[in-house]
Design a binder for this molecule. Structure first.
Ligand code: DON
Length: 590
């Protein structure tokens, strides 16, 4: 049985070039995790990492650093970092407090179930992904402020200062920063306020040029001076609401000043489960991330992945089928818990995992006899949970052992590709994360049900999975990623790489991944994710595969050593890894 070697070649050049991804890294030597003694920050943008490390050096805690990084990403990583979007922040304080700050966007009060459908009941193409009708009420500023005021130690002004400076003075785009603009910048052309910032010479800014965002600097100063009121009330709120009305006077978007004034970030209890002696904390509904991650881990806990081997037929089969069942449950049953009942206790019950697992294993055992068993139909998946590209992740651990895992998003690249004039704020297109027409696929191919249909004030179901693993009350792994529906399996595979397969944190982050989400029925594979022999065998069992380009960008920190059970050298005890799939990020510490 073939096993996967430790990954070295991460991104196939042709695929990468076609997508405007960083150049092939085939010739690169294997990358080592970045070690540090006291504290570590891993983000998808080097300047944001530097800001986080600086806050930690100055005595700020991990939440202070997370807030400063969050504001900085809004300036230096505009494709996904934001003030005009939302996210989830999982916090595990060294004193044992644990929480998730939910700053997911909400549907405006004037939103309705069928708002993206035409008279014939068809989805109006692009209406939930581009332009002002796609925008949910932003949550980021409320979320960062809530986290800072309850768990941080430093004044707001100190944490915002680097972002204000970078917005006002500008910063020089590195090739990776410019690539996002080259790839998606043309979508900003149709919005004069966005074009003036990102295409000031009539074309997307290029590497070596300076991105200056004066209006954004002013908005950040208003937040510095007035807190959330600097964003949700006053001139910024007025301008965001005014953006909803087109120059011809027609109202095209729904967000009002009242929607903005009413927005609240929330603290929620993390979703928790145990996996091979580790405690897993992750984001609860309205993100599906923690529930789906824990459902998959609960199933996999009962099979000997390590002895079967990474990339082996058995391990790959059970991993794929665990993903299929957990996404089936996600897409049918989960939604904003303020609006629908989420059967979380049932989905995460050990007995439920045991029944799903025994169904998978029984099928697998039967397959050599009944070759070409085919992908299981819904009836064969076992019991259901019924009781009845843009986003970015960052990870921080401070000197005291406080850990923070944050994923923020605008949804698509540069969100709705609209800037509220005079604010510098790019607005999200998070409304597309709802089931805009239940039963039909969204931009990530997710086929979702009524639980995630649109209603006023409701939060769209997310896949963001900012996760922290602890052991004996101390953080061990902080991990998360962008990637749309592929986020949750990206986090799962990074955890399996570290916990089951003995990879160091950089190897686990860089390893090619596969992804199964119930619909479509084929499993999506990055090049090299499965040994050819395993893929052939699984195909002979009836599994189907498609090859997909890399999409996610994991940032992670492992505490203790570069791999579990391996001591760090030179007194280092924190090890960071930024995904080889991107070339903008940096793990750094002190
Ligand atoms: O919340 C979600 O699940 C999506 N809005 C995430 C989108 C995403 O990760 C796109 N990035 N690659």
């Amino acid at each position: 049985m073939s096993r996967l070697p430790v990954p070295r070649v991460m991104i196939v050049g042709v695929l990468a070039a076609a997508l405007g991804m960083p150049p092939a890294r085939a010739a690169d030597p294997p990358r080592e995790p970045v070690g540090a003694r006291h504290a570590m920050v891993a983000t998808a943008q080097r300047l944001a990492t530097e800001v986080g490390v600086d806050v930690l050096r100055r005595g700020g805690n991990a939440v202070d650093a997370a807030v400063a990084v969050g504001y900085m990403l809004a300036v230096v990583f505009p494709v996904a970092g934001n003030l005009g979007g939302g996210g989830f922040m999982t916090i595990r304080m060294a004193d044992g407090r644990k929480t998730v700050v939910d700053f997911r966007e909400t549907a405006p009060r004037a939103a309705s179930h069928d708002m993206y459908l035409d008279a014939a009941g068809r989805v109006v193409p692009g209406s939930s992904t581009h332009g002002v009708l796609a925008v949910g009420v932003p949550g980021t500023v409320a979320g960062l402020e809530l986290a800072r005021s309850r768990y941080g130690t430093m004044p707001r002004a100190a944490l915002l200062a680097p972002a204000i400076r970078a917005a006002r003075d500008g910063f020089v785009l590195a090739p990776g920063d410019a690539r996002f603009l080259q790839r998606s910048g043309n979508g900003l052309r149709g919005d004069p306020a966005a074009a003036a910032i990102f295409l000031p010479h009539g074309r997307p800014l290029a590497a070596g040029e300076r991105l200056v965002q004066r209006d954004l600097a002013t908005t950040l100063e208003r937040i510095r001076d007035a807190g959330t009121a600097g964003f949700y009330r006053g001139p910024v709120a007025e301008r965001i609401a005014a953006t909803m009305t087109a120059p011809d006077g027609r109202r095209r978007g729904l967000i009002t000043q009242a929607d903005l004034a009413a927005y609240r970030a929330r603290e929620r209890a993390p979703v928790e489960c145990s996996y091979r002696g580790y405690r897993v904390l992750s984001a609860p509904p309205p993100s599906s991330g923690g529930v789906v991650l824990c459902e998959m881990l609960n199933i996999l806990q009962g099979v000997p992945l390590r002895s079967w081997g990474r990339g082996s037929v058995r391990a790959s089969y059970v991993e794929i089928e665990a993903m299929r069942r957990a996404y089936r449950d996600r897409n049918r049953d989960l939604g904003d818990p303020d609006f629908v009942h989420n059967p979380v206790a049932h989905l995460l019950a050990p007995a439920y995992a045991a029944r799903l697992r025994s169904g998978i294993v029984a099928r697998m055992t039967a397959i050599p006899v009944h070759a070409r068993a085919g992908i299981p139909g819904d009836d064969a998946l076992g019991p259901t949970g019924r009781e009845g590209a843009q986003t970015t992740h960052y990870a921080i651990v401070d000197r005291a052992g406080n850990a923070v895992s944050v994923t923020v998003t605008l949804n698509g690249p540069f969100g709705a590709q609209v800037v509220a004039p005079g604010t510098g704020v790019l607005l999200n297109d998070e409304m597309d994360d709802f089931a805009v027409k239940p039963g039909t696929p969204n931009r990530y191919g997710l086929v979702q049900g009524e639980a995630n249909s649109i209603a006023p004030g409701k939060r769209p179901l997310s896949s963001m999975t900012p996760t922290i693993l602890t052991k004996h009350g101390k953080p061990v792994l902080v991990v998360g990623t962008p990637g749309g529906s592929r986020i949750i399996t990206g986090v799962l595979e990074t955890i399996l790489g570290v916990v089951d397969y003995g990879l160091d944190i950089q190897q686990a982050v860089d390893a090619p991944r596969f992804h199964q989400q119930w619909r479509p029925r084929a499993t999506m594979c990055e090049a090299g994710a499965l040994p050819a022999e395993t893929r052939r065998t699984l195909e002979s069992w009836g599994e189907r595969f498609t090859t997909v380009a890399p999409y996610d960008h994991v940032d992670a920190i492992l505490v203790g050593g570069p791999a579990l059970g391996r001591a760090g050298k030179g007194g280092n005890r924190l090890f960071g890894a930024d995904d080889a799939r991107g070339d903008t990020g940096l793990a750094a510490g002190y």
